[in-house]
Design a protein around this ligand. Structure first.
Ligand SMILES: [Zn+2]
Length: 307
């Protein structure tokens, strides 16, 4: 047993000696002393003072003046060089902090990643946009109120790239709110201002709301099987069945188009839609529109289509 153990120890130590040839340990760099004897003869300082050409060790950086020719060094404007841009106690405190920091480290990086302080005019414009959103302004028009929806996806080709949900135009409420695009919302506002409000005047206390019976809807024209997709499928159309007044009464397309009372006013509104909208269909266009106006912003080569 003792003989066997001794043989094993010899085999193991021999194996260890051979293993040294295959080791993954990196080879010592030629310019660095490898053992104590060499270190004692050649002081380390000498090696550092004259590194080999191919050394990968980085060199110490000097000041910018030592590295670059003086023509390359230009002062870069910093926020604290422009105290006229500082407004507000917090910004002024930041200016002071940066100035003090720079005074202590002249070799600090020349440009700070911190963005320059924005001028007051930009902040004022941003605040105006924020207040406009609070008021519900959409489509860049203070007289169009609602909410921006962005992309509305529908099946197949249906959908709206930049949809809005319109709550009111020119102070007249949409009931219910309509999902359309801004071009259609803008045409609707123009129609209310030029057609609806003048036609109604002060009757019944004035216009209160529009009764909307269709807006965005993925469907064919007149809901007919096999027909082309309606402009409603792209948020470019809106259908209106009545004009509600502040006293609670309503001018209704179905009952009042031919009435002595409100017929002339409804026809005046129909005419006023031709222009702001590319297609205008009323009770006399076909049997599908006996009870509502169809307005859309599709354009035809021959101009607006109004029936
Ligand atoms: Zn329609």
């Amino acid at each position: 047993m003792i003989v066997r153990a001794a043989c094993l120890i010899v085999m193991l130590s021999t194996g260890n000696l051979w293993a040294q040839d295959d080791t993954a340990r990196p080879v010592a760099r030629p310019d660095v002393p490898t053992d104590a004897t060499t270190q004692a003869v050649e002081p380390a300082a000498a090696v550092i003072a004259e590194p080999a050409e191919d050394t990968v060790r980085p060199r110490a950086r000097g000041s910018a003046e030592a590295i670059l020719p003086s023509s390359e060094i230009r002062p870069i404007p910093r926020p604290f060089d422009r105290p006229d841009l500082a407004h507000g106690a917090q910004t002024q405190a930041l200016f002071r902090a940066e100035r003090d920091l720079f005074a202590f480290s002249p070799n600090a990086i020349a440009t700070s990643p911190r963005p320059a302080v924005r001028p007051a005019s930009i902040e004022a414009a941003a605040e105006e946009r924020r207040l406009a959103r609070l008021r519900g302004q959409i489509c860049g028009d203070p007289s169009i109120q609602g909410k921006t929806l962005g992309r509305v996806d529908g099946s197949g080709a249906c959908g709206i790239d930049d949809a809005v949900r319109v709550r009111a135009v020119a102070g007249v409420t949409l009931s219910p709110q309509a999902t359309i695009d801004c071009r259609t919302a803008s045409a609707l506002k123009t129609w209310v201002e030029r057609g609806v409000l003048p036609a109604v005047g002060g009757e019944g206390g004035g216009v209160s709301s529009l009764r909307v019976v269709s807006h965005y809807s993925c469907r064919t024209r007149n809901n007919q099987a096999g027909a082309r997709l309606s402009e409603h499928s792209f948020g470019r159309a809106i259908d209106i069945a009545g004009i509600r007044l502040r006293d609670g009464t309503e001018m209704t397309l179905l009952t009042d188009w031919n009435s002595e009372d409100d017929g002339a006013q409804l026809r005046q509104m129909w005419r006023a839609a031709c222009g702001p909208f590319g297609t205008v269909l009323g009770p006399e266009s076909n049997r599908f529109h006996r009870d509502h106006f169809h307005f859309d912003t599709a354009r035809y080569r021959s101009g607006s289509y109004c029936r």
